[in-house]
Ligand binder design. Structure first.
Ligand code: G1P
Length: 298
């Protein structure tokens, strides 16, 4: 059987990032760096490593920096070359491999994640695609969460939602899926609810910002009306899609840093600093001194 290829990834990047104000007043939250790379670049690298070749960014008026980041910067390159800073020059040139194509589409009204995905419909067309939320930084070691989801799609032809177990107190922050008893980390989901109250949540398995969606999602998106927070929710469209098609959940191994909030972002910064070849040792030493000083103080 011919393997079903997934070529396109949608990156909804139009959100305002109010949890990081004032840092995100003039800069996109997706451009916040974790050590030395912006969040959006981690998501793009994960997509490219999974075989994606077409990147579709759903942007808004304050997000021009994202477009610039993935474009070449002639002046900077000439300067680095003149200064013989060849390693840095390579870093800048390697941000995107030559075979990758980017498209940018504007989400004119901030009507929610579902609405953002619908804005990309004319570029996605009639094929399955993936969605990555750059806020969710995923460290699955040598595995690639998205690659695993593509493998599940190739075996089932179904949409796949990445999920992770969360604390009961946190279910109200995420889309929560219902799964069959005896869930073993991968299988059909039977329902998905956006940010339920803990008492009525179908489980503690939360959707993480990685989705693989069949094009059927677009007719579901066209049917849903404003849901939680008055926004067009992707979760509600997936719930509707479940009436027509199977949808799988995939509980990936690894750590997910919710960089949409300050604590998750800071945890990611420390974790990535601790494995960065340039600063890992210094960071380890600094943290050990820091905890000693803390002990003295307390
Ligand atoms: C969005 C989705 C939610 C999902 C979450 C993952 O929420 O609506 O279902 O669980 O991303 O990060 P947001 O983070 O935009 O509030």
């Amino acid at each position: 059987m011919k393997k079903l290829k997934i070529k396109k990834a949608v990156f909804p990047v139009a959100g305002m990032g109010t949890r990081f104000l004032p840092a995100t007043k003039a800069n996109p939250k997706e451009m916040l760096p974790v050590v030395d790379k912006p969040l959006i670049q981690y998501a793009v690298e994960e997509a490219i490593a999974a075989g994606i070749t077409e990147l579709i960014f759903v942007t808004s008026n304050s997000k021009r920096a994202i477009e610039d980041h993935f474009d070449s910067n002639y002046e900077l390159e000439v300067k680095l070359e003149t200064q013989q800073k060849y390693a840095l020059l390579q870093t800048v040139r390697d941000i995107l491999p030559a075979n990758i194509r980017c498209s940018y589409v504007r989400q004119h009204d901030p009507l929610g994640l579902g609405h953002a995905i619908a804005c990309a419909q004319h570029i996605v067309g009639e094929e399955a695609f993936v969605v990555l939320l750059a806020d969710d930084l995923i460290d699955s070691g040598s595995a690639n969460c998205l690659q695993e989801m593509i493998t599940i799609y190739q075996q089932t032809s179904a949409s796949v939602v990445a999920v992770q177990a969360v604390q009961a107190a946190d279910v109200a922050k995420y889309g929560i899926v219902a799964v069959a008893e005896g869930w073993q980390g991968c299988g059909e989901i039977f329902d998905i609810v956006e940010k339920p109250e803990p008492a009525s949540a179908p489980s503690k398995l939360a959707a993480v910002g990685r989705y693989l969606l069949t094009p059927g999602i677009f007719s579901s998106l066209a049917q849903v009306s404003a849901g939680k927070g008055g926004e067009i929710q992707l979760t509600d469209a997936i719930a509707l899609l479940l009436a027509q098609e199977k949808v799988y959940g995939y509980q990936f191994p690894g750590i997910r840093y919710d960089c949409g909030n300050k604590m998750g972002y800071l945890k990611a910064t420390i974790a990535y600093a601790l494995k960065h070849p340039e600063i890992a040792d210094q960071m380890k030493e600094y943290l050990s001194q820091f905890s000693t000083e803390n002990e003295i103080i307390t």
